[in-house]
Design a protein around this ligand. Structure first.
Ligand SMILES: CC(C)(COP(=O)(O)OP(=O)(O)OC[C@H]1O[C@@H](n2cnc3c(N)ncnc32)[C@H](O)[C@@H]1OP(=O)(O)O)[C@@H](O)C(=O)NCCC(=O)NCCS
Length: 175
């Protein structure tokens, strides 16, 4: 079995990713999730794993964002939209895509730390891959203004540092 891993411009590659999103997160499923109703940013880059003959089997979005941590500016490498086709899970696709995304952030050289948000049942997946809980407050923008983001829990990945606690302001929409 051969797979192809591409890192593509987020907007340009959305049409390739969209069918996977629609399959993994149809509106009736999203309505049941803690992040239902939250307006999210669009990915700057997308890691797409493609297999033959299935096509796109896994997606990881990358969000480059200048955030503040305790009032000081840092470059966060956001990770979001991590999804594998339901019938092709537990084959290592998300691990491959997540590794590729973190490698992109490391190679770019500018990122201070990775930052993602996940539901409790997915936490062991990320913690098994080096992500650590951020035990502080997250603030973000929503259409109505600046709000505390508490819907899903934050996890950080050490690149140059890994903030353990304090206040992170996403300075924009969450991902
Ligand atoms: C979370 C999710 C992305 C994981 O995708 P995946 O492609 O199944 O992930 P992987 O195959 O890399 O790893 C999943 C588990 O399968 C195991 N695994 C990997 N390859 C395997 C193989 N060949 N045989 C058996 N198990 C395997 C991994 O070790 C991992 O278990 P671990 O966390 O205990 O180590 C997927 O379940 C999903 O799309 N869920 C719905 C959307 C969602 O909740 N996304 C997360 C948003 S934060």
């Amino acid at each position: 079995m051969s797979i192809e891993i591409d890192v593509l411009n987020g907007d340009a590659s959305w049409p390739m990713a969209e069918p996977l999103f629609n399959a993994v997160w149809p509106p009736e499923v999203v309505a049941t999730l803690p992040w239902a109703g939250i307006v999210s940013a669009h990915a700057d880059l997308r890691v797409l794993v493609q297999a033959e003959p299935e096509g796109v089997v896994c997606h990881v979005g990358i969000y480059r964002r200048e955030v503040t941590w305790n009032g000081r500016k840092f470059k966060a490498g956001g990770i979001g939209g991590v999804a594998t086709r339901a019938d092709l899970r537990r084959k290592g696709y998300a691990s491959i895509a997540l590794n590729a995304a973190v490698q992109v952030l490391k190679d770019e050289g500018a990122t201070d730390f990775g930052l993602l948000f996940c539901e409790p049942h997915n936490a062991p997946f990320y913690m098994g891959r080096g992500w650590k809980p951020f035990d502080g407050e997250i603030w973000c923008e929503q259409p109505a203004g600046r709000v505390r983001f508490e819907a899903i829990a934050p996890y950080v990945y050490h690149i140059k540092r890994a903030p353990p606690t304090g206040v992170i302001d996403l300075c924009g929409l969450p991902w």
